[in-house]
Design a protein around this ligand. Sequence first.
Ligand SMILES: [Zn+2]
Length: 310
Amino acid sequence: MKHVIALDVGGTGMKAALVGAGGALLHQARRATGRERGPDAVVADILDFAADLRAHGIDHYGEPASAAGVAVPGIVDDTGGIAVFAANLGWRDVPLRALLAERLGGVPVALGHDVRAGGLAEGRVGAGQGADRYLFVPLGTGIAGAIGIDGRVEAGAHGFAGEIGHIVVRPGGVDCPCGQRGCLERYASASAVSEAWAAACGDPDADAADCAKAVESGDARALQVWQEAVDALADGLVTALTLLDPRTLIVGGGLAEAGETLFTPLREAVRQRVTFQKLPSLVPAALGDTAGCLGAGLLAWDLLASTDRS
Ligand SMILES: [Zn+2]
């Protein structure tokens, strides 16, 4: 059976799958990224993981994978197949596409950005199905975005498109590692809410999920922390929708797991801020943490389709 290898490399874990036509997940596996062993060891592990998946395909589906797709964090040159920079993995200019192609017997390999790959999957087989224009915003350790346009995700001229987490929503506010102050991700990422709630409740181990629970039980301090995050997020999202006019806004990541505790006040906060703009439908992501891996598989299938055509 024809299939492709999909790999999503994260800061702590790698998710992999063999993906059949139409995005069917045939086989899934996970391994630790092991970044503490250094950037070269991580690359070697990725190549080993991919080779093992290729062997699994031969054993179970009678043929090796026809292509592979890999999603990685940081700055990615999709066209050149280079992982340009990933702070959490210590990577600089890793020619990952060429290394994988060599290890996988010369099959076509697509290299993509993790959030854009996740956005591609949400748009095609997840919460954005059928939307010609959408924005996918995962709220995790940081905040990123994927701009979906007619079945593809916009990378920008330099691979930076969609970085909504670094839109300034509180001028002169909290320092951000990017060098700016008052960036959205310093107020509305899961990490930012965890920090704010830990400080407010006095328990250093309390996190965003605990904050959501306290909101649900009517805790006034939690409500305040939560509303500040919701307001910052609405400010950022309204900037984005003013610029992009998406039909669907897909919000995912750890913070979105709070469900309607997040979405009900967020829809209201966005509604209050728009004047002439058309309100997009604001929906939770559907694919959870498999989005990046599925997206990597879709990139591989897209690559096969384009090589078949040429
Ligand atoms: Zn920033």
